[in-house]
Ligand binder design. Sequence first.
Ligand SMILES: *[C@@H]1O[C@H](CO)[C@@H](O)[C@H](O)[C@H]1NC(C)=O
Ligand SMILES: *[C@@H]1O[C@H](CO)[C@@H](O)[C@H](O)[C@H]1NC(C)=O
Ligand SMILES: *[C@@H]1O[C@H](CO)[C@@H](O)[C@H](O)[C@H]1NC(C)=O
Length: 655
Amino acid sequence: MKSARASLWPIVALLSVCIGALAQDPAPTEGTPTPSSTVRPTLPVSKTWPLASAPTFPDQPRDSIDSPSFPDPEYVKLLDYTLAFYEAQRSGKLPADQRVTWRRDSAMDDGKDVGLDLSGGYYDAGDYLKFIFPLTFSLSETCWGGLEFFEGYQLANETLYLDRMVRWGMDWLIKAHPNNNTLYVQVGLSEVDNNYWGPDTSIPLPRPSFQVNNTHPGTDVMADAAAAFASCAMLYRDKLNDATYASTLQSHADALFRLAETAMPQQVYQTVVPAASCCYASSGFVDELAWGAAWMYKLTKDPSYATRASRYIDQLNAPSVQLNPITWDDKTGLVYILMAGATAGTADNHAKWQGLSEQFADMTRHAPKPCSFTKGGLYYCNGNSGDDSAVVAANAAFALHLLANQMANSEGSGSGSGSGSTQEKIDDYRSFALGQINYLLGDNPLKTPYIVGVHPNSPINPHSAPASGGDSADTIDTFPEKETYTIYGALVALDYNAPFNGLMAYQVMSSAVSPPYVVIPAGRPDLPPILNGMEVWQIILIVIGSIFVAIAIGAVICYRKRHQIRAWAASRKQNKYERTTAAAGYGNAMKPVRAGAGHGTGGEPTNRNNNQDHVVNNLAVPPPPPLRNQQNRPVPPPPLPPREEPMLLQDAHRA
Ligand SMILES: *[C@@H]1O[C@H](CO)[C@@H](O)[C@H](O)[C@H]1NC(C)=O
Ligand SMILES: *[C@@H]1O[C@H](CO)[C@@H](O)[C@H](O)[C@H]1NC(C)=O
Ligand SMILES: *[C@@H]1O[C@H](CO)[C@@H](O)[C@H](O)[C@H]1NC(C)=O
């Protein structure tokens, strides 16, 4: 028995190595060195907003990516576009200066079902639903990027649009927080809205409004909304010079954070609002409590918030430190970095936060499982990147840029832990971030900038019902062939573009070169065939490996059952002999004896060994039966793991 097992191990090991090799992505390409940012003239920037016109990409790409001027006009354009994307997402009554003119007033009656005006705000993605959870995170990221990279917004003459983008969201959040005990978290129903694919003029009803409150808390959304109010209060107070608005926002932040901490039981919000489970179910509320406390601390400098942030993070990190990728659902990594910056020069345990931040950044930089780098160098985390590849990479880049900036701005703030000087770490984080930005802007195997409207290779059919010009969910992928409107600047969800806002502001202020796409000619290159994420040689390897394993298992089974097989062969002979003799009139025909058939009642084999059977069966686990639906018909197997080089923003509509 032992030897049978042992003889299989090399084969099993070989197969594991093959499978492991498939899961293992090659190391990332080294990021371009951080461009020097010595020249900082505050030049006036002339920019043209294309409105409904064609992309402004020149027919002949430039042959160099050295920027013709500073700031680079393409980065200025990208910052302008990514903010304009939010105008395309506006809900409610549109203002006279709306630049995205193909949008119209819509969903004006939101909130009437609860006697409130909840019109306005932003549609979440390519549909017409309003969700607070991704919105508040998007606003926090945007306001943080505004605070940290404000110079980029100034250089690009985009501070006005930053203000408008944030204010449009905040004005609605104020409506959604009508009193200190109540927060509206969703308007619309996915099962109604997602059956509709058409213009903003006939959005289907009903559009119910859902709330959490002091008796039915949603601890995560409350704390996350507090973080949005606090971060944006700080932006208005310190950068956009609107103290009145800042203090309004701060009082909402106060009330919401208190509600999150005191309303019991503390719980995830979909417990109270199951309708949100479709789309933005929260996996826990402690990271949001830490995130809210961290922003309250940064805004107020009240050390009690630092203590609370620390306590929540310790709770989250018990028994070991969590270094998950940053998403709308997980802000832990950002809490470390936010607190490291906010505690610099205070007595509020800066060393702890700086240490955690660098640990997080070093992990991100080296992408251990479940993360890795694709062949083209994209930071990719299984479990998160499948649907949202661009934003996982953009959030990571945003976080590392923030940390590098903080470390560069405050001398000697590095923890001194681990290998490498502070300056080396700063350079390393920046080179990671720039590598991700460049990937998203065209430096990838498909030579595709994943931003709509900046290049002929940009996605032309992003998932957006209003932009599509389509009118039926049945023809979502086919009609019209090319979307009617170009949704400039889109990565196509509020939270996808949010880190991109800050990143483009950073590029405006720091980049001496143009984005990679300026030298990419129109047309995507042909890539070697990719079959469900695997290349042909990998599939061949798997097939050969499987045949080898099947033969080996067969051989082992035969060897283990050699006595039974012999007995079976012998019994066949015997049967033949008996049939012959019966036919010849020597007694009754006997029931055939099936030797070695195992659990049957007829004919026990003489030398059957249960123990052996058991071992062999364990090694040769049969494949599970095909899945069956209710009509008991086989259904297709579940999809294979994500492909190696994901399409970040599919040209086909996603249903
Ligand atoms: C900056 O933007 C504002 C508003 O779009 C515009 O009126 C102004 O001319 C711009 N200034 C420069 C220097 O481009
Ligand atoms: C509190 O929220 C729950 C769940 O949304 C709702 O059923 C309840 O009516 C709300 N309470 C008040 C006083 O509005
Ligand atoms: C609501 O919260 C704010 C901020 O904490 C506070 O100033 C105000 O007094 C509260 N309002 C009520 C009615 O409790």
